[in-house]
Design a binder for this molecule. Structure first.
Ligand code: ATP
Ligand code: MG
Length: 686
């Protein structure tokens, strides 16, 4: 039986409130526990158990951090239910329909309730890049970009805006605390943000932040909150430590008494405060639902061997905050995690690839191994080495497939057909046509905006000079897609047919890009509608791969490369971590305040606790970084991260690689040059 595999605490969390009667819905439950203690596993068992006991899966709302995690959870639940109820009980087929990310679920609810809250349900969603483009457009329109002294860039403007929204604080305070060099522009920024909000509304656009903001606004109306809340008997949230205040307020509005609410998380793994997530949500949960909140803690780690757990615990024990968790494991091993010193990034890449291949020889598949890093660009040298040696890999949290120009063009066309008021999409598309420049595009878009039915208006406008047939083809493609006659996903073929001549004209490597477009069509086939496809892709794009043909098939073997942020919640038999040096972790960009440094320490803890059997932390003694001028690369000397001081070396096996060139062992560590990389890197920009 599935419950027998659980330990007593896990079982208590799974069965909480479901023992007496399946229909009875219990009060709030908090599972707060360390890494690898089975929180996610327990949550999956709880959902399955609720269903087995008679809960309606369509009335379960399950929110996780990424779409990938949601899909994995649904798979686990399905497996357990199939075991208990039989695989043809039919209960699961698509039944767990309400599982996803906060943003994705928010988008769906906003469409459902659009009419009641006065928005058009056909709204499109802007990703960060689109939002920055729109901010830029308005910056120009208001004339701020032409001012004598430099006005903040579009990226900075967006960062300030997002911070204000997510932290629910005032512009002046955000400027004072986080962007003091922009304070002189407060009035202009105020005006810019006002115009930005207005533009989004006129164009029927929501950005990432809006999905939570509108959702929170919507449920601040008790009747709607009650209506949505009563659609779900159970609301369950994983990784609760990384939610922000808006998310907590949404939960509270949906389930004011915490009835049917379960959240799980680990305060020692809170790593998203730069997006206004706050660890207070999880710490304050018991008080918010007092006196009803039931708390379960788990202290047995099932993931890692004892030496890996000991090292990770030692790292987090040095935190200035105390996390009172005593994780233990029964998984004994003689192998301590390794701290591997290499000469530079090229050697680091060679070391990792050699070891990965050795592991594969030993029978550890590529998929059971991963390489983690603090920042996406840290994996550059490794990616080159992997490609050179023909090792397939997938990269999480890196440059996304969807960021490539041609894929964005295709998506813009679908978006513009769906919502012809979307200026950023329209602006991008029209300029693909020969003879259409920014001012023409702008004029056409303005004329469309003035009309109640913008696509109709577009069709009636004369074609801009020199655009001729291209213009006609463009307009009829949009109209055809808009009718939806071709059906989904066939209509994406219409867009591709229209786009291909432009692709060939604009890009030399058109044929490889065409392969991406076919890939996009294949991905599209996995979604029920254009709307869901656009929404979910914008919110959580598929991962970048080494393979031009796109995401490898599930049964293929490939190595995982991932930022630490994207590795959250996952585990691998063997884990490598790159650039375990000061300047990379803690990142040189995050050493301003002690809170930032503490978050970097938790990041290292998250990285280390991903490993089951083997963990290698690699320390290059120097690495190359691109200078700003054309003179080429410069290198800086690196020293081991401050989070592993000499007192912690006992937890590691300290080695040099290649062994012939160094004498290895602790003496090698002692000879390492200690230089402040951070200062050197900053110096480069002066
Ligand atoms: P993280 O904090 O990293 O998100 P977690 O607490 O969510 O970790 P899980 O990912 O759920 O932990 O579980 C870690 C590993 O331990 C998984 O491989 C899981 O299958 C295993 N595990 C959890 N509970 C048990 C158990 N009772 N018996 C055996 N294995 C277990
Ligand atoms: Mg987990």
């Amino acid at each position: 039986m599935y419950l027998e595999k659980l330990n007593p605490q896990q079982r208590a969390a799974v069965e909480y409130g479901t023992l007496a009667d399946g229909a009875h819905i219990a009060g709030p439950l908090l599972v707060i526990a360390g890494a690898g203690s089975g929180k996610t596993n327990t949550l999956a068992h709880r959902v399955a158990h609720l269903i087995v006991k008679g809960a309606d899966p369509r009335r379960i709302l399950l929110m996780t951090f990424s779409r990938r995690a949601a899909a994995e959870m649904a798979r686990r639940v399905e497996r357990i239910c199939a075991q208990v109820l039989g695989s043809n009980s039919g209960i699961m087929a698509d039944a767990l329909a309400w599982s996803g990310t906060f943003h994705g679920i928010g988008a769906r609810l906003l469409r459902d309730y659009a009419e009641q809250i006065g928005i058009d349900p056909a709204f499109t969603i802007h990703d960060r890049e689109d939002s920055a483009d729109l901010m830029n457009l308005i910056r120009h329109e208001l004339g701020f970009s032409k001012m004598e002294s430099r006005f903040p860039t579009k990226g900075t403007c967006l960062a300030i805006y997002s911070r204000v929204v997510n932290s629910e604080s005032e512009l002046s305070l955000v400027l004072r605390d986080a962007f003091p060099w922009c304070s002189a522009w407060e009035n202009q920024l105020q005006e810019l943000f006002g115009a930005y909000v207005e533009a989004k509304q006129n164009q029927n656009i929501l950005d990432y932040d809006d999905l939570l903001l509108y959702w929170a606004q919507m449920v601040s109306e008790p009747i709607i909150a009650d209506d949505i809340g009563s659609r779900f008997d159970h609301v369950l949230v994983d990784e609760y430590q990384d939610t922000n205040r808006l998310q907590a307020s949404i939960l509270l509005a949906l389930k004011p008494g915490g009835q049917g609410l379960t959240v799980v998380g680990d305060d020692a793994q809170s790593i998203y405060s730069f997006r206004a997530a706050t660890v207070r949500n999880i710490l304050d949960f018991p008080a918010a639902f007092s006196p009803a909140a039931n708390i379960v803690t788990l202290d047995r780690n099932y993931r890692s061997t004892q030496p890996i757990l000991a090292a990770a615990n030692a790292v987090i024990d040095l935190a200035s905050e105390r996390f009172t968790k005593n994780l233990w494991t029964e998984r004994q091993s003689a192998q301590r995690p390794r701290l591997v010193t290499v000469r530079d990034e090229a050697d680091q890449a060679r070391y990792v690839v050699d070891k990965v291949l050795e592991n594969r020889e030993e029978g550890v598949r590529l998929k059971q191994q991963s390489v983690l890093f603090r920042a996406s660009h840290h994996s550059g040298a490794l990616e080159v080495e992997l490609t050179r040696r023909n090792i397939p890999f997938v990269k999480f949290g890196g440059l996304k497939f969807l960021d490539s120009a041609h894929v964005k063009d295709m998506l813009s066309a679908l978006r513009f057909a769906q919502n012809p008021r979307d200026r950023v999409a329209g602006f991008r598309l029209m300029q693909l046509l020969p003879g259409v420049g920014p001012s023409t595009a702008q004029r056409v878009i303005d004329q469309m905006a003035a009309d109640a039915s913008p696509l109709q208006a577009l069709a009636e406008l004369p074609a801009p000079p020199r655009s001729g047939e291209n213009w006609t083809a463009f307009v009829s493609m949009l109209q055809e897609v808009k009718t939806g006659k071709a059906g989904w996903p066939a209509e994406i073929g219409l867009v591709r047919e229209w786009y291909c001549p432009h692709l060939e004209r604009l890009h030399e490597d058109a044929s490889t890009r065409q392969a991406d477009l076919l890939q996009l069509e294949q991905i599209a086939g996995g979604y029920p509608s254009r709307e869901r496809f656009l929404t979910e892709l914008t919110l959580d794009p598929p991962d970048a791969t080494s393979d031009q043909a796109g995401v490898p098939l599930l049964d293929e073997d490939y190595l995982i490369l991932s930022t630490i942020h994207s590795a959250k919640g996952q585990e691998w038999t063997r884990v490598f971590m790159l650039n375990v040096v000061d300047g990379c972790i803690p990142s040189d960009l995050a050493v301003g305040t002690s809170a930032e440094i503490e978050e970097e320490r938790r990041l290292l803890y998250v990285a280390m606790t991903r490993a089951k059997d083997n963990l290698d932390l690699v320390v290059p003694q120097r690495f190359f970084t691109h200078g700003q001028n054309a003179q080429g690369d410069r290198h800086v000397y690196a020293s081991r991260t401050r989070f592993i001081p000499a007192t912690l070396l006992q937890f590691f096996e300290v080695v040099g690689w290649p062994q012939a060139r160094t004498d290895g062992g602790a003496s090698h560590q002692a000879r390492q040059v200690r230089v402040d990389v951070g200062a050197r890197m900053r110096g480069m920009w002066r």
